[in-house]
Design a protein around this ligand. Structure first.
Ligand SMILES: NC(=O)C1=CN([C@@H]2O[C@H](COP(=O)(O)OP(=O)(O)OC[C@H]3O[C@@H](n4cnc5c(N)ncnc54)[C@H](O)[C@@H]3O)[C@@H](O)[C@H]2O)C=CC1
Ligand SMILES: CC(C)CC(=O)C(=O)O
Length: 918
């Protein structure tokens, strides 16, 4: 390092925030060395992986750093040192001397995280956390910048979280984390007391407040100072000094908020905040809370800076011991911390930008670790996320916008230069489409859409959306089951800004359609884009709105019998909306408009029409409606021709299954065959009074009641214009009717007035018929309801009457059984008493017998004792008696064997000599 210093010393560019931080800041910034060789600039970076997930995320961030650096001509020399639990295990202290020395001597320090269960019960000075606090104090990094900008993983409501871009400026080396006195002692009552001190000197508040004002000035000019001045003296001083400093920053709007309110406001309306300045402990808590506005604590980086010396860069999360070693950690917070290291620590903005943008693109490509995963995205582990970012770092050409600090939003370079190697064609995708009823004719075209990558490489701010976009977007892959009305509803209040929507089929896509949407202004297009991109169509399904800016739409041909290969460029004739009879643009207009748009967007004529008519939706079959009208149409068919994107490939007669000569009831959709097949379509009319039927082959509607076709206008096969049928249709050979058309040269004016007249007649007719049908069906429903109720009640009474006797018998049987059991029970209870008495008597008898026996035994034992005494030669009177007994002249026996009897019966017995012999 010393040798290198002599070669070339380059002062590292500090963020402007750190210039002239304090009025009294006489100490010059430390000039740190970045050695410049002709090819590479070299930096020394101390890596402190720490504990838990720390080593996993730091090793990934190191790779990303190296990758971004090498592309920008930077070379890093990494020195990995222990801290926290790892250091405790290795050398017995949480911050070894070598570690702090290495950190101080390096150009920047990248830390993972410290702490874990293993050391949780260590004494305070031997806890991993102590190591981190010592490091922060040792490096004097008093200003901790913790930005929070949105990614699409917030658990808050989208409208609450969307657009959040705030920066927490946390004081890091003072306050209660370091204040003295602190400790746990025993008080006079012998009780343990824990205590800490929240202490701030005026200069500490002043320097952090300056950082905050500078930061806010470069952002949106709003600073909120968070304290607890209603309770804490340290906060009273804090507020006083911050307020005084505001005079030096008249361009910054300063507000104050109590911390408890701030905690609530952060989740209620986070967008109200731009820059927050607060003390050590409040900043720790509020920035963790802010992280969840963005989706996960695994997303938020931080930079801790001093007014001289190397900065410390670390994710805001801890060591996450619950997921450590499982490849589950989100490495993005550490990767973004590495970007902050480049930007704030080394002044290498380009390399930083590469990393920030690579992270954005990875997220936009759908890569998600478990903590930010949602359905429809790609779940990856820590390593894979790191590898993806590394790959993308390679592709990124830095723009000047920032996702980290959100400051200096600058319009990105033209698309072609967003990526070093990319051209416009790399940034767009070509999609072929068609529309129209295939039975009649198909319009074909091609659209060029800005690919996801073109947008991903920018932030969500509208100034970073692709250059060259216009107020035209395409929603790709809308599921077929979404009706036109559903889609209009999905667009919500944006529908007011929609001029036109056109539904198209994408080649090779069966179950989905796409919608081209033209808006009234670029602003509403961008807002729509930001609001709806990736949004689920509904909460029950996974399908999301794949929304792409549309560069242009080109009309390539028409495959029907009418030659429409070139749309006319003249003003567009306005037919009426078939629903409300108001004027709408023709069905090909969106394609024409798109082409005009891409040329110049100068169509004053169109604007006038649009203002008059509101948004227009053109269905897949090229019929146009006001959005407000089609919003009331309940199914996915066209209200005019009933063409439905979802229709079955081969319709069949619902009775005889024939596929020929089919007619579909326009009232209920039943398909039946014509009279020269089974005549089932007509039968249907007779049964239901549904008198209109659509001939599937020709799309003409037959009126059974009037016995002719409804249409008096048909489309000319030669020029596509509407022409009148010659009077009433006559019966055709196919069985229902036919008509000839005269390819007349009616003037447009005449035609238009007739069209209007016929449509109004048609609508009246239809309305009358629908009313009839409504009544008919209501009656039918009522009948069915009554019949059903009748049947249900009959069935119920029948079932009851059938089951009743059986149930009665069963009940009788059960009652008898119950009676029997009760009798049995009663007898048993009586017997129980008798038996109890007997048992008691027996027990008493038994007791007496035992007593008598015991007395007899006792008496015999006494006698035996006396006998034994006499045998041993006793001289007493009893002794002589005993002697007699011994000699066999007297036998001591009670007359009634009673133990109390004193009579003794003398018996002759065997002599003593005899007994001895015996
Ligand atoms: N700067 C640091 O080194 C910090 C260290 N700690 C220490 O970390 C240890 C654990 O503390 P906790 O309160 O649990 O906070 P934590 O931040 O480690 O974990 C909180 C929750 O967030 C999850 N999480 C954190 N980072 C994640 C990531 N990158 N990807 C996915 N999920 C992630 C964790 O799995 C856990 O469920 C303690 O010993 C604590 O003292 C805590 C905060 C800061
Ligand atoms: C682990 C502590 C020392 C610090 C902390 O929680 C933080 O700064 O996020």
């Amino acid at each position: 390092m010393a040798a290198a210093l002599q070669t070339n010393i380059r002062p590292v560019k500090f963020p402007a925030t750190f210039r002239a931080l304090t009025k009294q800041s006489a100490a010059p910034f430390r000039v740190r060395c970045a050695v410049t060789s002709p090819e590479k600039k070299r930096y020394n970076i101390t890596l402190l992986p720490g504990d838990g997930i720390g080593p996993e995320v730091v090793s990934i961030a190191k790779n990303v750093l190296q990758q971004a650096g090498s592309l920008e001509g930077l070379e890093f020399s990494f020195q990995e040192m222990p801290i926290g639990g790892a250091a405790l295990d290795l050398v017995g202290v949480p911050l070894p001397e070598e570690t702090i020395s290495s950190a101080k001597e390096s150009d920047a320090v990248l830390l993972g995280a410290i702490g874990g269960y293993k050391w949780d019960n260590n004494e305070k000075h031997l806890r991993p956390e102590k190591g981190l606090l010592q490091l922060r104090a040792g490096l004097k990094v008093f200003a901790n910048l913790r930005p929070a900008t949105l990614v699409d993983a917030s658990t808050l409501k989208r409208e609450v979280a969307e657009g959040v871009d705030l920066m927490v400026v946390r004081e890091l080396t003072g306050g209660i984390y370091f204040g003295e006195p602190r400790g746990i002692k025993t008080n006079e009552n012998g009780e343990e007391v824990g205590f800490n001190t929240e202490v701030y000197a005026a200069h500490e508040i002043d320097r952090i407040a300056r950082v905050a004002f500078e930061t806010a000035r470069k952002r949106r000019g709003k600073l909120c100072s968070v304290d607890k001045a209603n309770v804490l003296e340290a906060s009273v001083l804090w507020r006083k000094i911050v307020t005084a400093l505001a005079a030096e920053y008249p361009d910054v709007e300063l507000t104050h908020m109590y911390v408890d309110n701030a905690a609530m406001q952060l989740v209620r309306d986070p967008k109200q905040f731009d820059t927050i300045v607060t003390n050590n402990i409040f900043g720790d808590i509020l920035s963790d809370e802010a992280s969840m506005i963005t989706g996960s604590i695994g997303m938020l980086p931080s930079a801790s800076l001093s007014d001289s010396g190397p900065g410390l860069f670390e994710p805001i999360h801890g060591s996450a011991p619950d997921i450590a070693g499982q490849d589950k950690a989100n490495p993005l917070a550490t990767i973004l911390s590495a970007a902050m290291l480049l930007k704030y620590g080394l002044g290498e903005e380009k390399a930083a930008k590469r990393i920030e943008e690579a992270v954005l693109v990875a997220l936009n490509k759908g890569f998600r670790t478990g903590d930010i995963y949602s359905a429809g995205t790609k779940l990856v582990g820590c390593k894979e996320m790191g590898e993806e970012v590394c790959k993308l770092v390679d592709k990124m050409m830095p723009s000047t916008s920032s996702i980290i600090a959100g400051e200096e939003s600058v319009v990105p370079p033209p698309l072609a230069s967003v990526s070093g190697e990319s051209s416009l064609s790399d940034m767009t995708q070509t999609v072929h489409f068609s529309s129209g009823n295939p039975r009649i004719g198909e319009t074909r075209g091609v659209m060029h859409l800005f690919s996801d990558d073109a947008v991903s490489s920018s932030s969500s701010s509208s100034s970073n959306l692709p250059i060259g976009r216009n107020p035209l977007v395409c929603v790709l892959g809308v599921p077929n089951h979404m009706t036109y009305a559903d889609f209009c509803q999905f667009c919500g209040s944006f529908i007011q800004h929609i001029l036109e929507m056109r539904t198209v089929r994408n080649d090779g896509v069966e179950n989905r359609y796409s919608i081209l949407i033209r808006f009234d202004s670029q602003e509403s297009t961008d807002t729509f884009y930001q609001h709806f991109r990736g949004k689920r169509f509904n909460s029950l399904e996974e399908d999301v709105c794949r929304l792409l800016f549309t560069l242009d739409v080109q009309f390539t041909g028409y495959s029907g019998s009418i030659d429409h290969t070139q749309p006319s460029a003249g003003p567009i004739e306005q037919p009426t909306c078939p629903v409300c009879l108001g004027k709408v643009l023709t069905s090909v207009c969106i394609i024409q408009v798109s082409i005009w748009l891409s040329r110049a967007l100068e169509s004053a004529n169109l604007d006038r029409l649009d203002q008059d008519t509101g948004g227009i939706l053109t269905t897949m079959c090229n019929h146009s409606f006001h959005c407000s009208c089609i919003s009331n149409w309940p199914d996915s068919s066209c209200p005019v021709c009933r063409y439905c994107q979802q229709q079955p490939e081969n319709s069949v007669c619902c009775v005889c299954q024939t596929t020929e000569n089919l007619w579909m009831c326009v009232i209920c959709g039943v398909v039946g065959c014509g009279r020269y097949k089974g005549g089932h379509a007509r039968n249907h009319w007779e049964e239901t009074e549904h008198c209109y039927s659509l001939e599937l082959e020709t799309q003409r509607v037959w009126d059974y009641a009037g016995d002719n076709y409804v249409h008096r206008l048909i489309q000319s096969k030669t020029d596509g214009k509407l022409v009148e049928l010659n009077s009433h249709g006559s019966l055709s050979k196919d069985g229902c009717g036919s008509c000839e058309y005269s390819d007349s040269g009616l003037t447009d004016a005449l035609l238009n007035s007739k069209v209007d007249m016929i449509i109004s007649e048609y609508n009246e007719l239809l309305q009358a018929q629908l009313e009839n049908q409504k009544q008919y069906f209501e009656k039918l429903l009522q009948n069915v309801k009554e019949e059903t109720e009748q049947k249900v009640s009959e069935a119920a009474s029948k079932a009851i009457s059938q089951r009743l006797p059986k149930l009665q018998t069963k009940l009788d049987r059960c009652l008898k059984e119950k009676q029997f059991l009760e009798d049995l029970n009663e007898n048993l209870v009586k017997n129980k008493d008798v038996w109890s008495t007997k048992i008691t008597e027996m027990e008493e008898r038994e007791k007496k017998l035992i007593q008598a026996k015991d007395e007899k035994i006792q008496y015999l034992e006494e006698q035996l004792g006396k006998l034994m005494a006499q045998m041993d030669g006793g001289e007493s009177e009893e002794g002589s008696e005993l002697k007699e007994v011994q000699e066999g002249t007297v036998l001591p026996i009670s007359a009634n064997t009673s133990p109390s009897g004193s009579e003794r019966v003398k018996h002759a017995s065997k002599s003593k000599g005899n007994r001895r012999k015996g």
